[in-house]
Each structure stands twice: as structure tokens, then as C-alpha cells.
Design a protein around this ligand. Structure first.
Ligand code: NAD
Length: 410
């Protein structure tokens, strides 16, 4: 199954549980708009760089389209479509008034200079500017995009339409970004797993965690659980992983990563491959890099008790069945990593109201959103006797369907 088919497979499981009129199926699954654009830049050496960019707007019945922008050589339409759909359900699970979208440019940012990245971002904004906006579609950071990229988007869009900080979230704090946005997705993941553990009579403290991906989400999650007494036994990035059964000193790993560009060769750890990390003994496995890393092949060997889906779409449909059959609890992406879009919503509110919350205020609101969403997902799970994933989709689909019905289609 492609990523989009996998997402639809999960949605259909929830449709079945809800026994929805089939007319909703096509209506709720089909993306509203798909843009594919050629992005041309002049490279530093004078040659022409020719890239393909995408923006898929999936659903806006509950509010403006919302979703991240990814720079990665594997970006392609099918996956962007899947990620856009996941955003629709994610914003609905946590109840922030947005729809779902996603975008990306097929490129390897490591092969581009900062100036080339800036030109690429600005050229992409020029191509999609008439389709985005504070009330229509609001991009955000994702893999290989950060606050600096968001600042260029804000600036390029504002050159055309006037001062518009609310066109994009995840901006630098000095440039209308929100305090707490950088940490938000990792922090939200921490609240999500804390609530799930609490539900099972456990706490964050004393559990062991293996984290694949040590970028924005993985490193913030690792840092927070480490501070709260969790034992992070392995972390990895695209170059490989590191392992220490006594627990890694996460601040020291962060320092090493900042200095060398990777977690590998950290002195107080053994090397471990990305493949072995996924099947190593631990309590909580945290895929926090790319999609479809848990497959039919490796799911049977997963030894964790919980899979916290910090990444989007890390589990294939087949792997999901295997994990369910082994009694491993999947904390689904559309709930687990919703902290990012929740604080993006707060950033958008602050921008549109011209005011700023303190970091404590943002974190409190985020905690409240994640705790309430957990209660809602558990209620749906109890009502239908289904997995947490299906329950999260049930909660989301009901909200999107109701909004669609109330707004009407004709
Ligand atoms: P990032 O670019 O900051 O970090 C990605 C990390 O994954 C890096 O450590 C990178 O080296 C690693 N990685 C890349 N390819 C890998 C591979 N093949 N094997 C192992 N590791 C690999 O990205 P991020 O923002 O932390 O996003 C990570 C995941 O979280 C993505 O799936 C993204 O969609 C999801 N997510 C991000 C946010 C957000 O706010 N940034 C919000 C929700 C979900």
C-alpha cells in the first residue's frame, strides 16, 4: 500500500465502526486541491536548479487548511496527499479550528547553500502565494524546514500582500513566532505518552525509550522525558544510531549533535543501526523521523509495549495489524504529534490578535489540549471497543463530518 492508501485504510476502519452513510467516504477522503509546481532557481555557481514542489489542501470544513512543508529528496505527491489527509484528522482530534494540508519540495537541502535554500523557498512561495494566506492555508515547519524557512515564507508573502505574519507558523520568536512552538511537537508527544501510561497505571519515570530521529521532534521529546526521569536508551538520525542500556545523557548527546551534525560517534554509547533500534528491547518505541518505517517485516520483532508515533505515518497497515495482534499499543500520529499544530494554532491566534502569551501560558494550553484529546479518544475507544488509532479517527471523522453537514454542500 502507498502512504495515501494506508491512511485511507485507517480512515475506512473508522468509517466501518461508525457505520457512516457511504456518500461521506468519497467526500471526506478526496483532497480539495492539489498543486504541483516547477520551482526554478539560479544556483550559486550560475547553473539552473529545477525542482518540483507540492501543496495538497485536503479539507477546510473546520477552518483554514493547515500543515507543514517538507524539504526532502523523497517528497512525492502520494505521500504529500497522505500527510495532508492526516492533518485534517489531526486538527480535528485535538479540536483546533483548522483543516488539513501538506506541502513539500523534492530536494536534498544538504546539497544546497543557505542562499540557495532561501531562493528556493521564496520561488516556491511565489508559485503558491495565491492559494495560501492567513484565512486560507497556513504552512508550518516539517522535515528539514525550520524557523528560518518560515521567516522567508512570511517575508515573501508579505512583499506581495502586506504584513502577514499569520500566513505561516513556526516563525522565529523574534519575528512573531510563539514561545514554546519549537518544543511543541516533542512536548505534546510527552503529554500523549504520559496520559497513555497514566491510563495503564504507569508513569513516564522509569520507562525506557528508543527514539528514531533526533531532529526537532525527537530531540525535544528525548530532552523532556530525560528531565522527567525517563531513560532514553537509544537515539538515531539519518547517519545511524547510538545505544546505552543505562540511559543516554541527552543534554550531552544534544551538545555532541550540535558540534558534529549527528548523534553517531557519541563517546558514552555503543553504535546501533536504525533497523536494530526499531526492534530493540524498550518500553516505548518512538519513530520520530520518516514514514513507513514499521512494516510487516520488522513489526513482528518489535519488543516495545508502546509505539509513540511522533513521526507522521510511521506504521504501514500490515505492521499496524501485527502490532495490534501482539498487544502493543500504537499511540497514533494524529493524536501523538498534534502538539505542533496546537501551538501553531496559538501562534496564529497571537498573530491575528497582535498579542503574545508567555511560554508557561502556551505550555499550559498545550497540556490542556493533549489531556482533553486523550479523554475524548478513550471515550470513543470505550464506545466502540476499538484500537486507539481507530478511536482517534472516529473522534476526528465525526467532527469533520458534522462541520461538512452544517456548512452544506450545495
Ligand atoms: P527534522 O528534520 O527536524 O528531523 C528529522 C530527523 O530524522 C533528523 O534527525 C534526521 O537525521 C532523521 N532522519 C532522516 N532520515 C532518516 C532515516 N532514513 N533514518 C533515521 N533517521 C532519519 O524533522 P522533524 O520536524 O523533527 O520531523 C520528524 C517527524 O515528525 C516527521 O515525520 C514529521 O512529519 C513529524 N512531525 C513534525 C512536526 C513538527 O512540528 N516539526 C509536527 C508533527 C509531526
Amino acid at each position: 500500500m502507498t502512504p495515501y492508501e494506508t491512511t485511507n485504510h485507517f480512515i475506512e476502519a473508522a468509517f466501518k465502526v461508525l457505520d457512516l452513510n457511504p456518500r461521506y467516504e468519497t467526500l471526506l477522503i478526496t483532497p480539495s486541491r492539489e498543486l504541483k509546481v516547477e520551482v526554478i532557481i539560479e544556483k550559486d555557481d550560475g547553473s539552473i536548479g529545477n525542482f518540483i514542489g507540492y501543496r495538497v489542501q485536503h479539507d477546510d470544513s473546520r477552518g483554514p487548511f493547515k500543515g507543514g512543508l517538507r524539504f526532502h529528496h523523497e517528497v512525492e505527491l502520494e505521500e504529500v496527499r497522505s500527510l495532508a489527509s492526516l492533518m485534517t484528522w489531526k486538527t480535528a482530534v485535538v479540536g483546533v479550528p483548522f483543516g488539513g494540508a501538506k506541502g513539500g519540495i523534492a530536494c536534498d537541502p544538504r546539497e544546497l547553500s543557505q542562499r540557495e535554500l532561501e531562493r528556493l523557498t521564496r520561488a516556491f512561495v511565489d508559485k503558491i502565494a495565491e492559494f495560501i494566506g492567513p484565512k486560507t492555508d497556513i504552512p508550518a515547519p516539517d522535515v528539514n524546514t525550520n524557523a528560518a524557512v518560515m521567516a522567508w515564507i512570511f517575508d515573501q508573502y508579505s512583499r506581495r500582500y502586506g504584513f502577514s505574519p499569520a500566513v505561516v507558523t513556526g516563525k522565529p520568536v523574534e519575528l512573531h513566532g510563539s514561545l514554546g512552538r519549537g518544543a511543541a511537537t516533542g512536548r505534546g508527544c510527552m503529554y500523549a505518552v504520559r496520559e497513555v501510561l497514566k491510563h495503564d497505571g504507569k508513569s513516564l519515570e522509569g520507562q525506557t525509550y528508543a527514539i528514531q530521529g533526533f531532529g526537532n521532534v525527537g530531540s525535544w521529546f528525548g530532552k523532556l522525558v530525560h528531565e522527567l526521569g525517563g531513560k532514553v536508551v537509544a537515539v538515531s538520525d539519518y547517519k545511524g544510531g547510538i545505544f546505552n542500556g543505562d540511559g543516554l545523557d541527552i543534554p550531552a548527546v544534544e551538545k555532541h549533535t550540535a558540534e558534529t551534525g549527528s548523534v553517531v560517534e557519541f563517546s558514552k554509547a555503543e553504535p546501533i543501526s536504525n533497523a536494530d533500534l526499531l526492534t530493540m528491547p524498550c518500553d516505548v518505541l518512538v519513530p520520530a523521523a520518516l514514514g513507513h518505517v514499521l512494516t510487516a517485516d520488522n513489526a513482528k520483532d518489535v519488543k516495545a509495549k508502546y509505539v509513540l508515533e511522533a513521526a507522521n505515518g510511521p506504521t504501514t497497515a500490515e505492521a499496524n495489524d501485527v502490532l495490534d495482534s501482539k498487544g502493543i499499543v500504537s499511540i497514533p500520529d494524529i493524536y501523538a504529534n498534534a502538539g505542533g499544530v496546537s501551538v501553531s494554532y496559538m501562534e496564529w491566534v497571537q498573530n491575528t490578535q497582535n498579542m503574545a502569551w508567555t511560554e508557561d501560558e502556551v505550555n499550559e494550553k498545550l497540556e490542556d489540549i493533549m489531556v482533553k484529546a486523550h479523554v475524548g479518544v478513550r471515550e470513543a475507544q470505550k464506545e466502540y471497543g476499538c484500537s486507539m488509532r481507530t478511536a482517534a479517527f472516529v473522534r476526528a471523522i465525526r467532527r469533520v463530518k458534522d462541520a461538512t453537514d452544517m456548512r452544506g454542500i450545495g
